[in-house]
Design a protein around this ligand. Structure first.
Ligand SMILES: [Zn+2]
Length: 326
């Protein structure tokens, strides 16, 4: 039960477009610092659990065994609104682990904080047609192992709680810390329509807003969305797994997105550039420079505002709402 005053405070951060909310910006920064500062690495999960408890959301820890040893994914479900449980499921995930170098702030404490922020907003103002599950994956940096363990167990008969059913929509968030442009990746052609509807929906951020600047594309670095796309590829046609929509989101300056696309295309063509030839963002992550000072909290909050609007548009469209954006 949420006390009325707290409910009003939650609502106050959820409304409005335009300038990023100062309180949301401070909250994002505080969460990035808390997750980044956590030592040893298991402390990152504990920092996220503390944030979930502060939101009155119940963290669920799912341990797993992989080639990388024992790991622990985290889940939290936003309780449905009083007027019933939606039939669809939206899962929003970010990896919580990091590499040795630096403190994993851009990659990916900021993404973890973005998922926390989105959960808080969907708790304050629930989606109409999707229940919302937040996911924080372990062992991404060891080869997407945590998300693979999760994606292989989700929807299986003996899986309980928030992971009992496949998501209709899985959205991965990785490297979401600075810049003014959303990078919206659709792993498959079947995901492209959702990616485009999502971007169109980002215009719904208050008075006369334009769609948030975005680059939509099929070329993108490896991240946890691949575990869901792989599970979908192996699925029985027509099954819930086969019907999933999968997207991945980053926030960066537009030129850094474009230079990373060029770089990845060159890599696919067999090029092996030296570290000096890396795109700016790839030269930052996985180094000692990836600390909270590399994060621009106001940029991240503006990006989260856009993601929230885009996801609300996908929710409205899935329900066939008449006011759904085209
Ligand atoms: Zn990452």
């Amino acid at each position: 039960m949420v006390a009325p005053l707290e409910f009003m405070l939650l609502l106050s951060v959820a409304v409005g477009g335009g300038e990023p909310d100062a309180e949301a910006t401070r909250r994002l920064e505080r969460r990035v610092v808390a997750i980044s500062a956590a030592e040893p690495l298991v402390g990152r999960g504990e920092a996220i659990e503390d944030e979930l408890k502060a939101l009155r959301l119940m963290p669920q820890r799912r341990t797993f065994q992989s080639a990388g040893g024992e790991g622990a994914n985290l889940l939290a479900e936003v309780p449905p609104a009083a007027n019933g449980t939606p039939v669809r499921t939206l899962m929003v995930g970010a990896h919580l682990d990091r590499v040795e170098a630096g403190t994993g702030a851009v990659d990916n404490a900021a993404g973890c904080a973005a998922v926390l922020e989105l959960l808080g907003r969907f708790q304050a103002k629930p989606l109409k047609h999707h229940r919302v599950v937040g996911l924080w994956f372990d062992q991404e940096e060891q080869g997407l192992l945590g998300s693979r363990a999760f994606a292989e167990a989700v929807g299986e008969p003996d899986t309980e709680g928030a992971a009992a059913t496949f998501p209709d929509l899985f959205v991965n968030i990785d490297v979401f810390a600075y810049g003014d442009t959303l990078w919206v990746h659709h792993p498959d052609e079947t995901d492209r329509a959702a990616a485009e509807k999502f971007v169109a929906g980002t215009a719904d951020r208050g008075e006369r807003a334009e769609p948030f600047p975005a680059v939509v594309g099929a070329v993108y670095p490896p991240s946890d969305h691949r575990s869901f796309a792989a599970r979908r590829r192996g699925a029985e046609p027509g099954s819930a797994a086969a019907k999933m929509t999968v997207l991945s989101l980053s926030l960066l300056p537009k030129e850094q997105i474009l230079e990373t696309v060029t770089f990845l295309e060159a890599m696919e063509g067999g090029a092996r550039p030296a570290r000096a030839g890396l795109p700016k963002v790839l030269a930052l992550i996985h180094t000692a420079n990836d600390t909270p000072s590399a994060v621009q909290p106001a940029d991240a909050v503006a990006g989260i505002d856009a993601v929230e609007a885009g996801l609300r548009a996908l929710d409205a469209a899935a329900g066939g709402d008449t006011d759904a954006p085209e």
